[in-house]
Design a protein around this ligand. Structure first.
Ligand SMILES: Nc1ncnc2c1ncn2[C@@H]1O[C@H](COP(=O)(O)OP(=O)(O)O)[C@@H](O)[C@H]1O
Ligand SMILES: [Mg+2]
Length: 400
């Protein structure tokens, strides 16, 4: 479609003030375009809609602030002293006020997104729930691989609910001194229970490590019991969020003690595109093929690793602007040198000759268009078409 790039930018700008009527009209437009056979453009419009829903639909301003059934406790400020470990004098937690939290909601698959929306909705309507004899979810366990956005999600939830965060890393709370771990837990929860706050128990599985010591059978029981009792004491004092990379290590009683268990998966191709765009320059049309390329090469990596790749890529492109390297070459260089876990398969594929790589990227699964490929290889679409045609003459990969 002629002028589609402008139309899409227009839609993006309009979506800064996302309203149901606007959405409806954009959906109509996408439908009309699908019907006219412009499926790619229609999909691009729908992507804009869903990205906007994630970024704006759940912003804190939409949430009736903290009219929960929680009893109003003392006011927590960042200058209130936090409890410390008696042996090491280390702080057992950090406190962050909601206005000092600056994170965006990570990009999750729709299934996770829906669960997060449901949680936010419960907390925003706690009064209504209370009148009906119910209450909003008080505890959530978030589990998934490292770097999948768990800590970021917990902080974002606190910001969205307008509550301060008391963030404790449980590995820092565990002491080799008998009885100290349970005492630290007690001090942490007593502190958190004085305020309406989000208590985040990061590296939650660290509790399970106590179990590794055969001499400490009694101690682990004490610690698990202390944790369960302390979690019960939280009721009505805000929200408790446990975060873990190793859910299998958790004691089943602790697992069950959380009202909601939320699994955070590694991002899929489509989410990886959005994540890469977030860390490239989201507002520039030309970054889409680059984000797609990064998403393709980062198959199976976490959001954090993809962030690392995208940030490095952006830096290199800026510094190498006049070097004559193509986007493909820059990504190839990065894939060779990065600590990010690029799969052996992708490492091999990106190193293959241009014609083979072109066919690979154009394959049905990846759907890089000729125009996108021409941008990435910095050649003409004719050259791309020739590479693909040769392949089909050979009986190789299909040309579309
Ligand atoms: N799905 C995602 N979408 C956007 N950014 C992500 C995603 N997953 C991870 N990140 C980024 O990676 C970084 C590390 O994430 P973090 O929340 O610390 O992960 P975890 O606690 O699961 O180890 C953050 O800067 C976050 O923005
Ligand atoms: Mg974390």
């Amino acid at each position: 479609m002629e002028h589609f790039a402008i139309l899409k930018s227009l839609v993006r700008v309009a979506m800064a003030h996302d309203t149901p009527p606007l959405r409806h009209q954009i959906e109509r437009l996408a439908e009309a375009m699908s019907a006219a056979g412009e499926t790619k453009e229609a999909a691009a419009l729908r992507r804009t809609l869903s990205t906007s829903a994630r970024e704006h639909g759940l912003t804190p301003s939409r949430i009736a602030k903290s009219n929960t059934t929680l009893e109003a406790g003392e006011r927590l400020t960042s200058s209130v002293p936090v409890p410390v470990d008696k042996e090491s004098s280390a702080n057992l937690a950090t406190v962050t006020m909601p206005e000092d939290i600056h994170v965006s909601l990570p990009l999750f698959p729709n299934s996770v997104q829906e669960n997060i929306e449901a949680l936010i909705q419960e907390w925003a309507n706690a009064t209504l729930l209370g009148e009906a004899g119910m209450r909003a979810t008080q505890s959530v366990l978030v589990y998934g691989a490292p770097g999948t956005g768990k800590t970021t999600l917990a902080l974002w939830l606190a910001k969205s609910l307008g509550m301060p965060v008391v963030l404790a890393r449980l590995d820092g709370l565990i002491s080799s001194y008998l009885g100290t771990t349970a005492r630290n837990l007690g001090a942490l929860f007593a502190f958190a229970n004085r305020y309406e706050c989000v208590l985040v128990l990061d590296e939650f599985d660290a509790i399970a490590k106590v179990r590794d010591d055969p001499n400490e059978v009694g101690e682990i029981k004490r610690v698990v019991n202390a944790l369960l009792q302390n979690m019960d004491s939280r009721d009505g004092h805000g929200i408790t969020i446990g975060l873990t990379n190793h859910e299998a290590l958790l004691d089943p009683a602790i697992w069950r003690r959380f009202e909601v268990q939320l699994s955070v998966p590694l991002p899929e191709f489509e989410q990886r595109i959005e994540i890469a765009r977030r860390f490239l320059d989201d507002h520039q049309e030309r970054t889409l093929p680059e984000a797609k390329l990064l998403s393709w090469v980062c198959d199976g990596v976490s959001g954090a690793e993809l962030q690392t790749m995208a940030t490095k890529y952006r830096k290199r492109r800026l510094l190498q602007a006049s070097s004559g390297y193509t986007a493909i070459q820059t990504v190839t260089q990065l894939a060779r040198s990065t600590s990010v876990h690029i799969s052996a398969e992708k490492r091999t594929e990106i190193e293959s000759d241009e014609a083979t790589l072109t066919r690979q990227l154009a394959s049905a699964e990846q759907k890089f268009s000729k125009v996108e490929l021409a941008m990435l290889f910095e050649c003409s679409t004719k050259t791309i078409a020739r590479r693909l045609d040769l392949a089909s003459e050979d009986g190789g990969a299909n040309a579309e």
